[in-house]
Design a protein. Structure first.
Length: 673
């Protein structure tokens, strides 16, 4: 049994609850908290996330009395604790004693006190104090009966440009390159005469007066992720050294660029996501779906934890819209549908003061007699009905490549044909038609096994290493379908242009050589004609592409590239490659993607279901659970079912057609055929 299996058994299926910050409240409130938690069906809370200053008010002077009392109280009420190490919020005394722990920002200014995450992850002083408080907590609570999980720190992310960071960066570089000649070669330091002759000459990049060396910048991104990961591992190992059977994790963020979550995931028992889809954005549930698929994929399809979301509005944007009635429930079911094993919130009780005093909570300022709390109680009831889905997952035939190295290369290293690429927008452009048509999708990093997939989607993989490129080539050779968009396979893992013409890594794969990349002027629109006569437009980018073994699925119908291929098909080994050399208008883009998927023999989960209904499935050897979620606030939906089952939310048998009211949902359990 894994640690997460044990956790699931302990909470009786799905975890439900949120961040609990009792240190902000008088102890008289704690009793009311647990009473209302029980009423809401809360079974798990994340405790002490930012409580360092309350636990260690002076250096080496610890106050655990209040936490003892809260841990006991929660345990007595059957509520499990995901106990946090409080190291995301170093106390002010620490920053006064050692101002060098403050991260220096890229502009040379210290981050300062008054927020959180004010530490340089490479600082030995910070790491030392973090280890001490972690050890104290582990000593005291490892065997407390309430302890169910360790929540290490919070949302790792600071980038620092301190002296300590440079020292750690050098150590990291030495380990990676071994000697300076190799480093100089990797960073192409002969360009602009940047050759290093001593390790001590190397510093983390600050804001340069001109462009930064792109390979140095790329390594700095990798290093920052690794330096943060070192902090996580150090704390994880401390708590593990006291007790080995409690799961340990930290909480990640949606589309977060500063940490390579593929590298982090193996170091955790479960990956956990904090996500705040903006209710003002009508499509935020689609990018949420992609993030949920990513999180399920991060640990090879294992269920993940939804660690934080908002019960209603957040408070960090200019305009903070409420989640309208029913949307919090629907968003929670959406996470569960894509293999989350928890629904947790930031936070349990709304704070009266502090930066996030208007951030919604399970228990809002208006108290238990409120819309939000009523919805929280209702959802708590449903979480119990959905307990059978815990531990189940899904597997898809389509994989989308999502890779931090590629992201950093494209967005962080400048000096490329255009500097306004958005990797996540590009990924979403590729994912959305699949989501709208109910195709299940997994997410893969460069270089991972592609066994079992029929289609691989490669959005703008500008930077990819040799092994990653080779995997994609093998996949196609062995019969897979690759859908790839422009500016892929251009540079190696050192950010050096691959030789032998663009796109160096994929020239044979796409069956074409690109002479030049032709980014478009603003407002330039090109006519494109498909082989079957359909016409479309494209913008933003064109490859000046010369077919080798490939054939044109579409050509430019005007401009200097008239008659040249805009979409290429290449039969490659036993497989097929569809390459998009320009940014097609959305409907034409969608058709290219969906035609390629259909031609590869992949079928959607359900057909003839409108796109405002999200369909997904998770299951195990015995059962599958089909989630149907109507995201429309106005439209009803009828969903034809292929087989009958039981709707876990109502306990009724459903067959034929399921009717969903606006924002309605069904979770249909069926035995595996
Ligand atoms: C998360 C964070 C929480 C809270 C929440 C709402 O990023 O972990 O502590 O700040 O956002 O803004």
């Amino acid at each position: 049994m894994t640690r997460m299996d044990a956790f699931r058994n302990r909470v009786g299926g799905l975890a439900y609850g949120g961040d609990y910050n009792p240190e902000q409240w008088d102890p008289s409130v704690w009793r009311e908290d647990v009473r209302l938690m029980r009423e809401a069906g809360v079974n798990t809370v994340s405790l002490g996330v930012f409580a360092w200053a309350s636990l260690e008010p002076e250096p080496g002077k610890f106050e655990f009395g209040w936490l003892d009392e809260v841990m006991d109280l929660l345990h007595d009420n059957g509520i499990h604790v995901n106990l946090a190490t409080p190291t995301a919020a170093p106390p002010v005394w620490l920053t006064h004693l050692h101002p060098e722990v403050f991260p220096i920002m890229a502009d040379g200014q210290p981050f300062g006190f008054g927020n959180r995450l004010h530490y340089d992850p490479s600082s030995p002083i910070y790491r030392d104090y973090a280890a001490k408080i972690t050890t104290k907590l582990a000593e005291r609570y490892s065997f407390h009966p309430a302890l169910a999980m360790w929540h290490i720190s919070n949302e790792y992310g600071p980038t620092a440009h301190n002296e300590a960071s440079s020292v750690n960066f050098r150590r990291w570089l030495r380990r990676k390159y071994g000697d300076l000649d190799t480093l100089n070669e990797a960073w192409t330091t002969r360009f602009w005469g940047q050759i290093y002759t001593d390790w001590d000459q190397i510093e983390v990049p600050n804001i340069p007066r001109t462009w930064m060396n792109p390979s140095r910048r790329l390594d700095f991104k990798r290093f920052t992720s690794d330096a943060l990961l070192e902090c996580y591992i150090a704390e994880r190992d401390i708590v593990r050294s006291f007790r080995d059977d409690i799961p340990v994790m930290t909480n990640f963020m949606r589309f977060y660029r500063n940490a390579d979550y593929w590298k982090w995931a193996p170091e955790e028992d479960a990956v956990a996501l904090d996500i705040y889809p903006n209710p003002a954005d009508a499509d935020s549930h689609v990018s949420a779906a992609f993030n949920y698929d990513l999180f399920r994929s991060l640990k090879g399809g294992r269920p993940w934890m939804l660690m934080e979301q908002a019960a209603s509005a957040v408070s960090q944007w200019k305009l903070n819209i409420v989640k309208e009635p029913g949307r919090m429930r629907l968003g929670s079911l959406q996470a569960l549908s894509r293999a989350a094993d928890s629904v947790m919130f930031f936070q349990w009780r709304a704070s009266r003061g502090g930066q996030e005093r208007f951030h919604s909570a399970m228990l809002p300022h208006s108290g238990p007699d409120s819309r939000t709390f009523r919805e929280i109680i209702d959802l708590g009831r449903e979480m119990k009905l959905l307990a059978p889905v815990a531990g189940t997952t899904s597997r898809s035939e389509i994989a989308v490549l999502f890779d931090w190295d590629g992201w950093w290369g494209l967005e962080e290293t400048f000096g490329i044909p255009r500097s306004d690429f958005s990797y996540t927008d590009t990924v979403m452009r590729h994912y959305t038609p699949l989501w709208e048509r109910h195709y299940p999708v997994d997410v893969v990093p460069a270089g991972s096994s592609l066994d079992g997939y029929k289609v691989l989607v490669v959005p703008n993989a500008y930077l990819i290493d040799d092994a990653g490129a080779e995997r994609i080539i093998e996949f196609a050779r062995d019969g897979g379908t690759v859908i790839m968009s422009f500016f892929s396979g251009v540079v190696d893992d050192r950010n050096r242009v691959r030789p032998d013409g663009y796109p160096g890594a994929f020239r044979r794969l796409i069956g074409a050589k690109i002479d030049e990349y032709w980014p478009a002027r603003p407002h330039e629109v090109f006519a494109v004609e498909f082989a079957d006569g359909r016409r479309a437009t494209s913008t933003w980018w064109r490859d000046d592409l010369h077919l080798e073994t490939g054939t044109a699925l579409a050509t430019y119908a005007d401009g200097l590239l008239e008659g040249r291929a805009a979409v290429v098909e290449n039969r490659f080994g036993a497989g097929r490659v569809v390459y998009l050399a320009t940014l097609l208008e959305q409907s034409a883009f969608d058709s290219v993607v969906l035609d390629a998927v259909a031609a590869a023999g992949v079928r959607p989960l359900l057909q003839d279901v409108p796109s405002h209904v999200e369909c997904s499935v998770r299951g195990d050897a015995a059962h599958e659970y089909l989630f149907l979620l109507n995201h429309s606030g106005e439209l009803n939906a009828s969903v034809p079912l292929e087989a009958e089952g039981t709707d876990l939310l109502t306990g009724t048998t459903v067959s034929g057609t399921v009717e969903l009211a606006p924002l309605g949902a069904a979770v249909i359990q069926r035995p595996r055929a």
